[in-house]
Ligand binder design. Sequence first.
Ligand code: S3P
Length: 448
Amino acid sequence: MDWIIRKAPALSCELEVPGDKSISHRSVMLASLADGPCVVRGFLPGEDCLSTKEAFRALGVKIERPAQTTLIIHGTGGRFIQPAQEIDCGNSGTTMRLLSGLLAAQPIQTRLTGDASLAKRPMKRILDPLSRMGAHIVAEGAQDRPPLRIEGAQLRGIDYTSPVASAQVKSAILLAGLFASGSTSVTEPHLSRDHTERMFEYFGIPLKREGLKVTINGGSRPQPRDFRVPGDVSSAAFWLVAAAAQPGARLRVNRVGLNPSRTGLLGTLARMGARVREFEHGNSGEPFGTIEIEGTALRATRIAGKEIPNVIDELPVLAVAAALAEGTTIISDAAELRVKETDRLAAIASHLTAMGVPVVEKPDGLEITGGQPLRGARLDSLGDHRIAMAFAIAGLFAEGETVITGTDCVNTSYPGFYDVLQRVCAPRSPGTPLVIRLEEEPADSTEA
Ligand code: S3P
């Protein structure tokens, strides 16, 4: 379905967003490794996380789904069966990279495949360290691209310094390290999201953190524990930018994850002039709470260095914020964006240009001169969920009509995004508050 978007009045609402994608993947993995049942609530029913759930089912883990967002996972204590078929990771880099680490040490043979976008994503970054641990993984695609054929082997711990700040690389190594002899350490150039470390600790796996280095000892297994996934701050980012850039807009996002390795965009938007407040309401392995934001006329900023891994998934929508801000915003050190679901630097540059925004594309970033009115345009998602949603937000500020094509990909991370977009933009009589709550919906009967 194509999305048709027109200029909208200032947002004024309170909403919840679906479960965090990164945390949903990891909750299935850790619960599957535990020796006993765990209930996961708030699970993201997006296609990426469903790929992870199906992968563990194929590996012999019984997973019940009494509601769309609730899983009962009967962990097998780290013992998996030989899957009958290859494992399809769909569009999900997290599924493929993290599973590779885990499967490298299992006494089974597996083949991991994915869609056309995943088939183009680099795997050398996990093959190098996992091979050093003794893994037998063959990349069947050109230049170490998927599919991956994995033959379980006895692994040994390593002390690895990663050239990229990537939570997927770090997590693949730590998951392999659980099954390796001795200790395994990963040091990264900047801190990437630390959900795996937090979830290891929550599930009772001892772990040592020293600055940018994380170390675990082989042999520990997670203890069964129930877990609640908070809302995804990367999904909230679309509404936060929509509100931040409209003077008079007010938005509150409830029950959202507040892990500081993920909330960099709040600092970026505050630097651009928005009034942002966070209220932590609890911590059940991951901190969660409320974010409030008030819009303003934004001003340009610079996004670079160690801030980049913290806003890596928000850069498409932050680029839209830059297009709406007065002055030239400089994004650098962000070459990683070229190896996401699509080349996001190229996609952002071409789509902003189509909307009439002056952009200079650099090898590792963008220079975006904002402040001029945006022009509606017909833009393709390029199969990338975050490009589709970021430019839908741009459409709310553009003169004329913006059409986004190829929007099915949004189901990978934010099913229901377009419904929310229509609701927050619908005309309302003054003084009628809009509150969007996510209700637990029954799952398909086949999954009971
Ligand atoms: C993720 C890590 C990031 C992020 C991706 C999810 C994760 O990727 O962009 O959406 O869940 O570990 P990289 O590790 O490639 O930076």
